[in-house]
Ligand binder design. Structure first.
Ligand code: G3P
Length: 220
């Protein structure tokens, strides 16, 4: 399963990219609003930092406007994927952009039918928001299971990009289902690396080594 970072924070992207953990990045207007600096400059920098796909979102809600924005956004780099909202005008834009060879990520997906329509329009990725489902007392993973199965049944090349991830258990569940990608806030990726037994084990290895070096004056 590929791991994307769901952030516009350059420092976090650099940090986790240096660990080889980042296959791509997803952004949105809310994430950009949390950072200091001109959004265009931030988007440009992310596309340079990351070799993999970088989703940049349009803010228009009319088809022609979205397509114009897509043309501007793709100038930031060859790895740009244009994020389009799941609305009828958006599906028209996705279809046209597919014909132009521009990759799209259809966002704000909250049902399997929306995902099916986005795939039929030619989206490269669909982004179901599982955490927002969980927030209102539903199990967001249910639609991930459905979408993965539907895409496999009909051999769509559209990838399921699990978004709105709230904790590491979401990642394990998405991987067990066979979702292609999860996009994670940096804090969740950080939590995935940690385990108290790893820390405890490392501390005892280090203190045992210290005992030996004192006893035998080991140096190398
Ligand atoms: O990429 C957008 C998605 O991940 C949003 O997450 O936490 O705002 O529901 P959240």
């Amino acid at each position: 399963m590929k791991i994307f970072l769901d952030t516009a924070n350059i420092e976090s992207i650099r940090r986790y990219n240096d660990m080889g953990a980042v296959d791509g990045v997803t952004t949105n207007p809310t994430l950009l609003s949390k950072e200091k600096g001109h959004p265009a400059e931030i988007m440009r920098e992310i596309t340079k930092l990351i070799k993999g796909p970088v989703s940049l979102e349009v803010v228009g809600i009319e088809t022609d406007g979205m397509i114009e924005e897509a043309h501007r956004l793709t100038k930031f780099g060859p790895n740009v994927v244009v994020k389009i909202p799941m609305i009828p005008e958006g599906l028209k834009a996705v279809r046209q952009l597919r014909e132009e060879g521009i990759k799209t990520n259809v966002t704000l997906i909250f049902s399997s039918n929306q995902a099916l329509l986005a795939a039929k329009a030619g989206a490269s990725y669909v982004s179901p928001f599982i955490g927002r489902f969980d927030d209102i007392g539903h199990d967001g993973m249910v639609i991930i299971k459905e979408i993965v199965q539907i895409f496999a049944n009909y051999k769509f090349d559209t990838e399921v990009l699990v978004a709105s991830v709230r904790h590491p258990v979401h990642v394990v569940e998405a991987a067990k289902i066979g979702a292609h990608i999860v996009t994670l806030p940096p804090e969740i990726l950080g939590k995935m690396m940690l385990h108290p037994l790893t820390e405890k084990g490392l501390n005892s290895f280090l203190s045992d080594w210290e005992k030996i070096t004192k006893q035998y004056q080991v140096t190398f």
